[in-house]
Design a protein around this ligand. Structure first.
Ligand SMILES: Cc1ncc(COP(=O)(O)O)c(C=O)c1O
Length: 447
């Protein structure tokens, strides 16, 4: 073998090991889009390695169960997929799901494509990117460039940091889209779903709520429940506030002819239009997270939001500009901070990274939307530290460390020592099971 090739392979193995230690042992993670799996969920993922190699192409029914598979060797795979679907449906109180999506992007792809086929419309009303919508919703991303949808923006109220319900209703009535979408990536306050859903449906649209960021908070009853407020479909990732394996889901209630037509089109857009293998190895882990959130989801979501609000207030009281101040800073797991006065989002995110505090720069609603490389803001998420056991006083101490860096009181390398010590004080992962056996023992009490 050539020397260079073996050097590269060795570097790959060493970097993989080093990464695990760096991000899971030495850093404090405040990236709002990244979840933290329990030891039991990690264990069941490692026990699902055969599934990781398998295929299960085929059709599902209107309950989200397996209807027909085109491969042999399915006797357990079918049970696994059906059980996962049922656990998730139970958790979210709905009667249809598709668990075959490999990501939140895939969930949006299949849903937007399926609904544009069901409505024969290529128009979609979405929150503007500047208001925190995800690139998959936008004309410049998946919706426009891949599916060919014409996107029209909801009206956005900068002051309220939210979609303007009255003006958006007027836009929907005038443009009669096939899809109206809510939800986003910079997402602190519930969107006005119940105010707009009826108008959207009367105008011939299906209402989609992208819960990629807030799925775990919805499961815990700490954020708006979109299906109860009138959304037809939820699309989501399963690895942000929902602390599972990387993947996606689509949820809905079937039951009338309108929804059945749409669900069939969405299922068709899942398979055969956009999948062959569905990354089956993640399904047992997904089901196990549904169990964890059934038991601990309310407590986890409540503490997550409390921690985000605590950070918002503490940083604000210490001189930082936090968006949404008059509305209590946030009702989700994340806050948005304007650090333009300290050099902007990129500079501060890089300085914090030097201190082993990992978060990301973010465009804020008032920024020039083309200036993605140097936005004025930071987006900070508290779902990871909450699951590690951080309570309000720990959050305040973490904020002190961040303030030292942001305000240049101490060099990031000096702060890093304190960050590592703080991280080492939180060895466990809470609101979940420590092992698959612990979950089984718990379940046996009820069986
Ligand atoms: C609102 C929203 N939708 C969709 C996605 C895409 O999800 P995934 O990364 O699972 O493809 C994201 C990613 O962060 C998101 O924030």
């Amino acid at each position: 073998m050539e020397k260079d090739f073996s050097k590269m392979a060795l570097e790959l193995i060493e970097s993989s090991k080093a990464h695990e230690n760096y991000r899971s042992e030495e850093c404090i993670n405040l990236i709002a889009s990244e979840g933290l799996k329990s030891p039991a969920v990690k264990e069941i993922l490692s026990l699902s390695q055969d599934l990781e190699s398998r295929y299960a192409e085929g059709e599902n029914d209107l309950e989200g169960h397996v209807k027909e598979r085109h491969y042999q060797g399915q006797k357990y795979i079918t049970k696994i997929e059906n059980c996962t679907a049922d656990l998730m449906k139970n958790l979210f109180g709905c009667n249809w799901i598709d668990v075959r999506l490999v990501s939140g992007t895939h969930a949006n792809l299949a849903t937007f494509k399926g609904l544009s086929l069901a409505t024969k419309s290529n128009r979609m009303v979405v929150a503007p990117l500047s208001a925190g919508a995800h690139i998959t919703h936008d004309y410049s991303g998946l919706a426009g460039m891949v599916i060919g949808l014409e996107t029209i923006n909801h009206a956005y109220d900068l002051d309220e940091m939210n979609i303007d319900p009255d003006k958006s209703a007027t836009i929907i009535k005038a443009t009669r889209p096939g899809i109206v979408t809510f939800g986003g990536s910079l997402f602190q306050f519930p969107h006005p779903v119940k105010e707009i859903a009826e108008v959207a449906k009367e105008s011939g649209a299906y209402v989609v709520y992208d819960a990629a960021h807030v799925l775990g908070l919805i499961a815990g009853g700490q954020f708006q429940d979109p299906l109860k407020e009138g959304a037809d479909f939820i699309t989501a990732s399963t690895h942000k506030t929902f602390p599972g394996p990387q993947g996606g889901v689509i949820l809905a209630n079937s039951g009338d002819e309108r929804m059945e037509r749409a669900i069939r089109k969405v299922q068709n857009a899942v398979f055969p239009l956009t999948t062959s293998n569905t990354h089956l190895g993640r399904l047992p882990a997904l089901g196990l997270v549904a169990l964890e959130l059934k038991l601990y989801g309310a407590e986890l979501a409540k503490q997550t939001v409390k921690n985000a609000q605590t950070a918002g207030k503490y940083l604000f009281d210490n001189g930082l500009k936090i968006l949404g101040e008059k509305k209590g800073f946030t009702r989700s797991h994340q806050i948005a901070v304007d650090v333009q006065d300290y050099g902007g989002g990129r500079k501060i995110a890089e300085s914090l990274e030097e201190a082993n505090i990992i978060l990301n720069k973010n465009l804020l609603p008032h920024d020039d939307q083309h200036n993605r490389e140097s936005p004025s803001g930071l987006r900070i998420g508290f779902q990871d530290v909450t699951r590690r056991g951080f309570k309000e006083s720990d959050i305040k101490y973490l904020c002190d460390l961040m303030l030292d860096v942001v305000k240049g009181k101490r060099k990031p390398v000096e702060v890093r020592k304190d960050v590592i010590t703080l991280r080492q004080n939180f060895k466990g992962i809470e609101y979940g099971f420590r092992s698959v056996n612990e979950a089984v023992d718990h379940l046996k009490k009820y069986a």
